[in-house]
Design a binder for this molecule. Structure first.
Ligand code: AMP
Length: 415
């Protein structure tokens, strides 16, 4: 199978790494990729948002499968352009990707499907926003309706801050605050059959102890030893399958990766958000534990044959990933700094470095090129071992001004 992956972050590096280890993959390509992906795939400097160019590249390569990683190309309809060229795509249509692209659309689908989520109002004026904030009370949850790379959500007890965020967005969703731990559960679907993966937890805030601003994600781990038994089946029955069925009923069939961001509240499991693609950084730890070769799973989603797939096989152990971000992330990331110690980090074979925002210069040095720069990943027999290995590897890497959290998976590993 010839596979083309679209995107250039650590999620796509994780996808490419797994695909490169699948014996059925004979050629692996990625556009645009990054310095790490270039070590396992042939990279192509093609704009990932340009559906016509992506379809042309896929056709030229004779790709049997195109895997679209990030949300922006999905929402922009890149999957539709490739499908129109007759090539199977892992990832939803632009219309179905509105499940992530519009929080208001997602709320409407959840209402139709009877999926438990936070009560909410969609507001377009300051007056409406103020009314909604007062209806729920503090802490306030204010979400930009559109795509904001995980940074459009403000959770605060400061009413003025909540109002200011609402005023900065064209359309906002204001909703009730959900207490309780968060879980990310991914499912692969072909529009009918839904195959849940293993749950993971990510760390959204920039600083230790869940302090600081929201980010795209600073680390993740899997499995969740503290999660209730039966969680995956419950979420499949009450969230994932009803949502996929509702979207099919509406004529916006959803295939690809359905990501449920959940809060396990005192009143039961609630959906915080849906995403229409693999989550970053949770993908790094979920794929680290998946034993079933990946290409066949993604191809079955793309071709509507998931019901014929053998049950997925999983590593019994644990995986941890820790993100190295550049100085100033998330507000104003500094880029262009050399990264040292990448080979040393992987030298003992217990951890590996997935690249996010990196690029190689003319001399082959690897430079930072984005807010999140690396995702240092390790597996182990349990979370404590995976965590120790990931942090030991991270300690061998240097990036000027680089920042990371020191408490990824700490509570779960020591509980
Ligand atoms: P989202 O982009 O919707 O995933 O929101 C980003 C983060 O904001 C989530 O991971 C939560 O930590 C937080 N958040 C979002 N919605 C709520 C809510 N209703 N109650 C509490 N926290 C929330």
């Amino acid at each position: 199978m010839k596979v083309l992956v679209i995107g250039g972050g650590a999620r796509e590096h994780a996808l490419c790494r797994s695909l490169s280890q699948d014996p059925s993959v004979t050629e692996l390509h990625c556009a645009p990729g990054n310095a790490g992906i270039a070590q396992v795939a042939t990279v192509h400097p093609v704009d990932q948002l340009d559906g016509a160019r992506v379809a042309e590249l896929a056709a030229t390569l004779g790709a049997d499968l195109v895997v679209v990683g990030p949300e922006a190309p999905l929402v922009a309809g890149v999957g539709d352009a490739v499908r129109a060229a007759g090539i199977p795509v892992f990832g939803p249509s632009g219309a179905a990707a509105q499940l992530e692209g519009s929080k208001a659309f997602a709320k409407d689908v959840m209402a139709g499907a009877g999926v438990p989520t936070a009560r909410s109002y969609v507001c377009t004026t300051a007056e409406e926003a103020a009314e909604a904030l007062d209806a729920f009370g503090a802490p306030y949850v204010v979400k930009d309706d559109g795509l904001a790379a995980g940074k459009g959500v403000v959770v605060t007890s400061d009413r003025a801050e909540a109002l200011a965020h609402a005023a900065s967005c064209e359309r906002v969703v204001i909703e009730e605050y959900l207490d309780g731990p968060e879980v990310s559960l991914f499912a692969i679907t072909d529009g009918t059959t839904v195959l849940p993966l293993q749950p993971a937890q990510d760390f959204k805030r920039a600083l230790d102890g869940d302090e600081g601003p929201n980010t795209g994600g600073m680390g993740a781990y899997s499995p969740l030893p503290w999660a209730p038994a039966g969680l995956v089946q419950e979420v499949l029955d009450t969230v994932l399958q009803p949502t996929v069925d509702e979207l099919r009923r509406r004529g916006t069939e959803f295939s690809g990766l359905l990501y449920a961001g959940l809060a396990l509240t005192s009143r039961g499991t609630r959906v915080i958000e849906f995403n229409a693609r693999f989550g970053d950084p949770e993908t790094q730890v979920v794929l680290a534990r998946l034993r079933t070769p990946l290409a066949g799973v993604l191809f079955a989603s793309a071709t509507g044959t998931l019901d014929q797939l053998e049950p997925l096989r999983w590593d019994e152990g644990a995986a941890v990933t820790v993100v190295v971000a550049s100085e100033g992330y998330p507000a104003a990331p500094r880029t262009g700094d050399p990264i040292e110690g990448l080979a040393e980090a992987e030298a003992d074979g217990t951890a590996y470095v997935l690249h996010a925002g990196t690029k190689a210069d003319q001399d082959g040095r690897v430079l930072s090129a984005g807010g999140r720069v690396l995702s240092v990943t390790a597996t182990g027999t349990d979370l404590a071992e995976a965590r120790d290995r990931a942090y030991a590897a991270l300690d061998r890497i240097s990036l000027k001004g680089g920042q990371h959290r020191t408490d990824i998976a700490l509570k779960a590993a020591t509980a």
